[in-house]
Design a protein. Structure first.
Lengths: 210, 210
DNA sequence: TACTGTACTGAACAAGCGTTCAGTTTGCGG
DNA sequence: CCGCAAACTGAACGCTTGTTCAGTACAGTA
């Protein structure tokens, strides 16, 4: 319930309090192994504090999980609030490019996002809803603007594009395995986007086989 | 190490031994909540046996997990071994339709498959590799046959199609949430396949905006 | 200096976990 | 019938887990 307004007014850089450090470690460890596999003692060791301090600050392990979810969702919200124009132009086909550009290369946030989406809890559902609504609006706008072929089922079309986007996060490791390039790395992203754009503009299947 | 050959020769229907019943329950519970969240006692209660019997038959909880993985992978292999012609024709765009047709409607297998793929363990990686290889071969065949537009990066194209397929399993709940139809139900599948085929043949984006 | 609230710790607790084991029941060949 | 291996159980063990709690260190205030 205490938000960042309770912290003393530090102008540019937060003083990296133990509380923030704990959340940072939790984010990293949760992303790497999943919250269930990470113990409070693991996080305490990572943050160089006692396990009791974590409970002191966040009430319970679940409280820390919730705080981490909120933190990531907040970052994601900030990315989603970018003007939609930035999404449509350049090689940035999708939300993924924007998200990757907004987070450092070794950030655990994409990985954590994957877990959040697949965990089935409301935070992930809300996140997907926002993502879908944004894509849905984009489909309408682009269709009206003549940049997109009209679809008889725009909801499915938006979900189709979103799912395609998401699969890069969800299947990152597997795609890296079969393609040889991490699809979320600059090189891998370029390969992926190039072929995806080609598929989306030139089509994949021929209408009939002459 | 003891395979099904050790069971007595029952002609049509396996006698549903306690051992099989345990695996069946494990499959259901693992799919529903994830192996980490399911205790040996949970599985024992589901199968109406003592926890000790599970360890007697499978050695350890990990042994049961491995056995369940193998069982699901075996079913999946049987689906993948279907002739590729069956995949290309009709509304069955993809592996998903074949898989769904091969399993009962309320089967926990698709859900378990999702967990297997995302768990990061070798069983899931092997499975994805097979899936990819099949799709990769399909891309070549369909391109030679003139049914598919040639791609400059066929590996990515195959991964792209596979990922699109997989996203229906991975995002099943979320897609059902935003679309109102479970994409793995007959109705939802029809909606999805119709729009996906449209996108794949007519394209999504226009080449230029006149 | 004395007071107070917050950050923080070490040690312990209760509960739940996977696993073990001695022992009982069951089924089957001799 | 006996004997023996396999199926199966109840009760416990050791360990890890999240959590609690009494107490310490330290800042800010009067």
């Amino acid at each position: 319930m205490t938000d960042s307004a309770t912290t003393p007014p530090s102008p540019a850089e937060p003083p990296a309090s133990a509380r923030d450090h704990i959340l940072e470690c939790a984010l990293k460890l949760f992303a790497a192994s999943g919250p269930d596999a990470v113990t409070v003692r693991d996080i305490a060791a990572c943050a160089h504090v006692s396990p009791a301090l974590i409970l002191h600050h966040y009430g319970s392990k679940q409280g820390l999980r919730d705080a981490t979810d909120e933190h990531v969702a907040g970052i994601f919200d900030a990315v989603l609030d970018m003007p939609i124009d930035a999404v449509t132009q350049d090689t940035t086909v999708s939300m993924i490019g924007v998200l990757l550009a907004a987070t450092p290369a070794d950030s655990p946030i994409p990985t954590y996002l994957r877990r959040l989406i697949l965990s089935g809890d409301p935070a992930g559902r809300k996140l997907i809803r926002q993502w879908f609504e944004l894509t849905r609006r984009y489909v309408d706008d682009a269709t009206v603007a003549g940049a997109m072929e009209p679809s008889t089922d725009p909801d499915v079309r938006a979900a189709f594009l979103m799912a395609n986007d998401l699969s890069m996060i969800l299947l990152q490791d597997h795609l890296a395995d079969v393609l040889g390039d991490d699809p979320l790395s600059p090189k891998g992203l370029e390969r992926w986007v190039a072929d995806a754009m080609d598929a989306y503009t030139s089509g994949v299947f021929r209408k009939e086989t002459p």
